[in-house]
Design a protein around this ligand. Structure first.
Ligand code: FE2
Length: 159
């Protein structure tokens, strides 16, 4: 087995970098979805939802930076162009959403897609003994599952 400076399998690390870049791209789409609903939300719940969406996009922005810097730590180059983000897109694009339930459902749908990618990386990083990536995925998954629960509670829907 060929290992890099960190002691990680070179081939497995390459695959992890690819998947982390996929997560990065989809997180950027989620981030932009959140900006869209932060700007466009209307109606009687505006004063609750406008700051709530801001809280979520600020949190996403921090996670995006952590993912990009993990890609660099593993010797990769983080995707940074809109062109690449759109190509990797699994998260549905939420355009001109202004109604509250549609906005919250869009958050749930976006997080469902991100969780799928994160679970793949969780498994691969476990197999590669890549604790840094693995613990990052654990934290993201735990936090996002809680957000999904809260969004579903707001929608008065079961998980
Ligand atoms: Fe704002």
């Amino acid at each position: 087995m060929k290992v890099n400076t960190l002691g990680l399998d070179v081939n497995k690390t390459e695959k992890l970098v690819k998947d982390l870049n996929n997560l990065l791209a989809n997180f950027q789409l989620y981030y932009q979805n959140l900006r869209g609903i932060h700007w466009n939300i209307r109606g009687k719940r505006f004063f609750d939802l406008h700051p709530k969406f801001e809280e979520l996009y600020n949190d996403s922005q921090e996670k995006i930076d952590l993912i990009a810097e993990r890609v660099l730590t593993l010797g990769g180059v983080p995707l940074h162009t809109f062109e690449d983000y759109i190509k990797a897109g699994k998260v549905p694009v939420g355009k001109n959403i202004h109604q509250d339930e549609a906005a919250v459902s869009m958050i749930v749908n976006s997080l469902t897609e991100l969780l799928k990618i994160e679970r793949i990386i969780l498994e691969e990083s476990d197999d590669a003994n890549d604790e840094g990536t693995n613990s990052m995925m654990s934290d993201f998954i735990t936090e996002q599952e809680k957000t999904v629960w809260m969004m579903k509670a707001w929608l008065d829907e079961k998980i």
